[in-house]
Design a protein. Sequence first.
Length: 513
Amino acid sequence: MADSPRHPFLQGLSKHRGAPPTVVVIFGASGDLTARKLIPAVYNLGYDNLLPADFFLVGFGRKPIPDEEFRTMAADAIKEFSRRELNQDVWSRLAANTSYVAGGYDEKPAFDRLAAHLAAIEKKIGREVQPLFYISTPPSVFDPILRNLGASGLAAKYRGSPHQAKVVIEKPFGRDLDSAHALNTTIRSVLEEPQVYRIDHYLGKETVQDLLVQRFANSIFEPLWNRNFIESVQITVAEEVGVGTRGGYYEQSGCLRDMIQNHTMQLLALTAMEPPVSLDPEAIRDEKVKLLKAIQPLVLGPGGDVARAQYAAGMTGGKAVPGYLQEEGISPQSATETYAALRLSINNWRWQGVPFYLRSGKRLARRVSEIAVNFKRPPGTLFAEEGARFDLASNTLSFQIQPDEGLSLILNTKIPGLETRTQPVKMSFRYATTFGSNTPEAYERLVLDAMIGDGTLFIRGDETEASWKLCTPILQSWAAAGRTGMDTYAAGSWGPLSADALVAKNNHVWRQP
Ligand code: BG6
């Protein structure tokens, strides 16, 4: 094994986190996500000695690919996308246990062949091997894959034991409440909930996990975390990139389905949920569901709680870029939003009256994901200059999820000098400065967690439905309105005016992070 300097993330991890012998089967093995994220994640877990000694990787896909060619594809993916260079020792060990099975997702005999392939692996090593099925295909084949996992007996393998079969399901999990419910119904017909790992890769991000630690391990925050002290919360997931080559997918999806329903809603749930009774996965997920259910239905239509827009041509990174309607694969009449903003009210004891603003979009000014908690201003009696407007900044605690992962707090400070004048200053903590920068990627953590059967960072069936319940009426109203009410924003800007109006209603403005 490679000489792997231990990242603080890993310290003390392996001793209580040993995964049983495991075979990871990737459905959609020649897909983009497999190359960019899954294979590099498995490789880096191997590099850090976090894979079990008996670890196997099986690619499954429609295209017939010889084992050797699949191994070459995997090595190329590591070279191109892994955070670490390809180390021959680590790779040789992994490559020796990497193979490929070809077959259609709706062909039961292909799944019987897969079952035989897994049985042969077990026979070779003389031990039971936990199967971890990773569904990383287009959603149109989720259903047949699940049914064939059931029909071939693979879904039930070792059920009830710690090394029972597990299934990881990529997003998108449905397109609306009905389809998500139907998918959950199929899942429940072949699997038990503890076998299911619905992925939202934002939950694997280091800063997102730190959110719970910051909230519940620091006594200075928790007493203030409510309507008495917090004025508003802004959650931003901004991207600089456009739709690129994913126009075909994106046209059918749009920002609300692609980012808001899952990633930003998860950030909201973790920010606003009640303290769980323990760190048990179910305890945390129970609190998230409760929170999602407490969000009031949104007011739709003009002047309501939602804004949507498409990017127009503009400048990004000093380069002129086309508008969404001019991108490859996009209909010139497209009614798909590339930006969405929501104003939410949470109808519970802790949050009544505190607006939560969510926004996400492509081709915004820069790539940044953050949660900004704005505290109420202190009474304006002491520091106002005579005749001048009282101008203290509100204390803002912001969790910067990416890039430059960290935490900052804005405080009002006296400007040195003979007069008492104030200025907001920023107190910052950066993970890279304190802990070094080679942090594991979200997918490493998530693949490892699924292997050891820890569902904390995955989404439960009722959670996804609670979020869809909130988002589906928005999608329906947009579908009915077509392009009417679709705003635009210049590529490289911070979004449309209609989103500014959404927060201005409460005398707020969006942060420019
Ligand atoms: C994915 C979306 O879930 O998240 C993409 O489908 C988006 O459209 C991506 O670009 C953003 O992820 P990250 O980790 O780069 O913020």
